[in-house]
Design a protein around this ligand. Structure first.
Ligand code: ZN
Length: 338
């Protein structure tokens, strides 16, 4: 558990945007703003948790029984006193729908990952779009879409994904040959990118119909263990260029699966910087870029995050100052350790 005392350094430095959920802040929104209110300019609040439950009174989603108004109370008071609120929505990371036969995500052996949903079911895109609209109406400044991913390159091999791919290519491709050695692999990777990008398009259009001024930030993983951004595209179906052409923004999640940040003088850090040229490209197009991070957020970590942000012209660093049990579990799925 993070002591609330530790939150000061994220609140008083305006480059950082603290991300909170009931694990990070134990008390009420009233108590939180009474303590920090005069110092806060911006705050990110989890609206839909990886559990699948939401922290506000939703008409469409299941509401968390223990924290039915965590998001809405922090948002409402924050907006009233002039704080910029960013809502965090877990998209395909969803333990409720992840076990539903209609939404399960499968590998070739038909194993499923209980905490994730198949990214090709359009009714699920619409469901998330409805949640995003409800959140947008609470006057948030931006919406951060996280868990916006295929589990890894072994997913998703469910019948719907295979059928949709077959329709898209007009080729009868048996699932057995969809692997990196097959001539179809490149098209399969492109099709997976399309599912993630189309999800973001659907959500963005729904939100902008209500409030055009809301920034939508799709989160993309850049992890030392996974390698460069080309591997992110293959493993997770996330393409920062395509996603940002929809939203005009990009949120880069740095080292989600390698929570220790490298020393800024190390060769490894240099390698990460070399891998981030695409961010400067996006910045050159005038797109808004942010950095997303979860982990211990020690002074050592913050030094690396700041150096990375400086090198790439990134303005804001969103920080969830903890590495939780669920992050450790996701690490195993996303790095194919189980
Ligand atoms: Zn699928």
């Amino acid at each position: 558990m993070v002591l609330e005392m530790d939150l000061h350094k994220f609140i008083t430095n305006y480059r950082y945007v603290l991300i909170i959920d009931p694990e990070i802040v134990k008390g009420s929104a009233e108590d939180f703003y009474a303590t920090y209110g005069s110092a806060i300019r911006q705050l990110a609040v989890i609206a839909k948790a990886p559990s699948g439950y939401v922290y506000y009174n939703s008409k469409v989603a299941w509401v968390d029984k223990n924290f039915p108004d965590f998001f809405s109370s922090f948002t409402q008071i924050g907006v009233d006193i002039g704080v910029d609120i960013y809502a965090v929505i877990n998209v395909f990371s969803d333990e409720l729908f992840g076990v539903d036969p209609k939404f399960k995500t499968l590998d070739r052996q038909k194993n499923f990952v209980p905490g994730y949903v198949c990214p090709s079911e359009t009714s699920f895109w619409e469901y998330i779009a409805e949640i995003a609209k409800e959140v947008a109406e609470m006057k948030v400044k931006g919406i951060i879409l996280t868990g916006l991913t295929f589990v890894n390159s072994n997913f998703c091999m469910c019948e719907r994904c295979r059928n949709k791919f077959r329709e898209w290519t007009s080729l009868d491709v048996p699932v057995e040959i969809i692997d990196p050695n097959s001539s179809f692999w490149g098209r399969w990777v492109d099709w997976r990118v399309k599912q993630i990008t189309d999800t973001v398009r659907k959500i963005s259009e729904a939100v902008w119909e209500k409030r055009k001024e809301v920034f939508i930030y799709p989160t993309v993983y850049l992890d030392s263990e996974v390698g460069g951004i080309a591997n992110t595209r293959v493993e997770f179906g996330q393409d920062p260029i395509e996603l940002s052409s929809v939203t005009g923004t990009m949120m880069l999640h740095l080292n989600p699966w390698t929570p220790l940040m490298p020393d800024i003088d190390s060769a490894e850090f240099q390698k990460i910087l070399e891998n981030s040229e695409f961010i400067r490209e996006l910045k050159g197009k005038g797109y808004l870029t942010g950095l997303y991070y979860w982990g211990s957020a020690s002074d050592y970590d913050l030094e690396a995050l700041n150096a990375f942000a400086n090198a790439n012209g990134i303005d804001k660093i969103f920080i969830y100052p903890m590495y939780s049990d669920i992050h450790a579990k996701w690490r195993e799925y996303h790095l194919r350790m189980i």
